[in-house]
Ligand binder design. Structure first.
Ligand SMILES: Cc1ncc(COP(=O)(O)O)c(C=O)c1O
Length: 389
């Protein structure tokens, strides 16, 4: 696929492009949106073809009879690419990961229990805990000279008997870490010792760059299957978040049944028919497309590093090991959060995610989504450079 080809998503009900007026009051065409974590590329042709074929069939009645074929395809992806060895019964089809995390908080903890998150982190983790009336415990990542790391001492110091869950982000949004086995093992040992269930959100698992390898949490230790749930989805990988389908891996039967009861209680229906065929086409046929995508995204990631080093060296940027998100540190400019937002949005007319919404550690950071044609990134960086000079 030609990822450089100009591609417009305007007029398609895309929140990134068409949601600017509702969200920020921005009208007109001059805004360059590099915020929401989806891609400005079309999904793989095989995914489009599957949706079109199903649409052309013409009848859109109740969905069924898919379980065996669907599970075979999804299972083959995770067994083949990530080497997991679990019974395929462990897989549950689900709507979105965020909805799943909210349900898990309700299914596996009580009001007033504590839930740990590792900030700065994907904002819906914060909201899920607060909205379900659990108490947030922050275990901030440490920023070292070589990048972000988990702070195990802080984690141990904060754990008490009310801590029931840890929502883990792997690869990590926004800092772009792809966790190494020894890091995952340390986290697992602490959580296991203190009886804390790990919900490992692996939404970005397929977007990992050369020299790094995503490790599915189910491969961390032999006992993990009892105390770990892995959330996966084709949304990021194949640009299909609008379809709303994810796959949860819950090897522990009791936890799986508890989650399934939560789905029943909420009257969660069968998956949407277009999501179902799209997910099967993506995992079944789009691996070659993904390989091409990764080459392009990695070059975008490196382009940003080169541009910033030459043109705006005051912006801090550790190349992400995974995800298509650049976590940019503007602290050297000494601006207040408000002033920074105003400069980037109003002066540069580039729409980024404000770092503060990921946690206080994100003050003076901004998140830039580089899953778009490189020319767009170049324009955005030029505008940012001008606005800051
Ligand atoms: C870590 C993480 N989890 C989940 C999601 C969203 O997944 P879903 O669309 O399945 O809710 C995102 C999207 O940005 C994300 O970054």
């Amino acid at each position: 696929m030609d990822f450089d080809a100009p591609y417009s998503r305007r007029g398609s009900y895309s929140v990134k492009h068409d949601g600017l007026a509702e969200k920020f009051g921005l009208t007109g065409e001059e805004w360059l949106p590099l915020w929401v974590a989806d891609m400005d590329f079309p999904s793989p042709q095989v995914v489009k073809d599957a949706i079109i074929k199903r649409a052309e069939q013409g009848a859109y009645g109740y969905v069924g009879g898919y379980q065996s074929q669907y599970k075979d395809i999804v299972y083959a992806w995770f067994a083949g690419r990530q080497g997991i060895q679990v019974d395929r019964k462990a897989f549950l089809v689900n709507d979105t990961i965020v909805a799943g995390i909210n349900r898990m908080i309700r299914a596996f903890s009580q009001k007033g229990d504590k839930v740990i998150i590792q900030t700065p982190v994907y904002p819906p983790f914060h909201y899920a805990v607060i909205n379900n009336e659990r108490e947030l415990v922050y275990n901030p990542l440490k920023k070292t000279a070589t990048g972000y790391e988990m702070d195990y001492d802080d984690l141990v110091a904060k754990i008490d008997s009310r801590c029931k869950l840890l929502i883990f982000c792997s690869p990590h949004n926004p800092v772009g870490r792809v966790w190494r086995l020894e890091e995952l093992k340390k986290l697992w040992e602490i959580c296991y010792q203190h009886n804390i269930l790990i919900i490992s959100d692996e939404a970005h698992a397929d977007i990992v760059y050369s020299g790094h390898k995503h490790i599915n949490f189910l491969n961390v230790a032999s006992q993990v299957k009892e105390r770990v749930i892995v959330c996966t989805s084709p949304h990021k990988t194949f640009n299909m978040a609008g379809l709303q389908i994810s796959n949860l891996i819950i090897p522990n039967e009791h936890l799986r049944h508890a989650y399934a009861r939560m789905l029943l209680r909420e009257a969660y229906p069968k998956p949407n028919i277009f999501a179902l065929v799209a997910c099967m086409a993506a995992y079944g046929k789009a691996a070659p497309w993904l390989e091409e995508l990764l080459v392009y995204l990695e070059a975008n990631r490196d382009f940003i590093a080169e541009y910033l080093a030459q043109e705006i060296p005051q912006i801090g940027y550790d190349k992400p090991e995974g995800t298509f998100l650049a976590w940019l540190d503007f602290s050297a400019f000494g601006l207040t959060g408000e002033k920074l937002r105003e400069l980037i949005l109003k002066k540069a007319r580039v729409v980024l995610n404000d770092g503060a919404v990921f946690g206080v550690e994100g003050n003076s950071f901004m998140r830039l989504n580089f899953a778009c044609p490189r020319a767009q990134i170049e324009i955005a960086l030029e505008r940012i450079k001008k606005a800051l000079s």
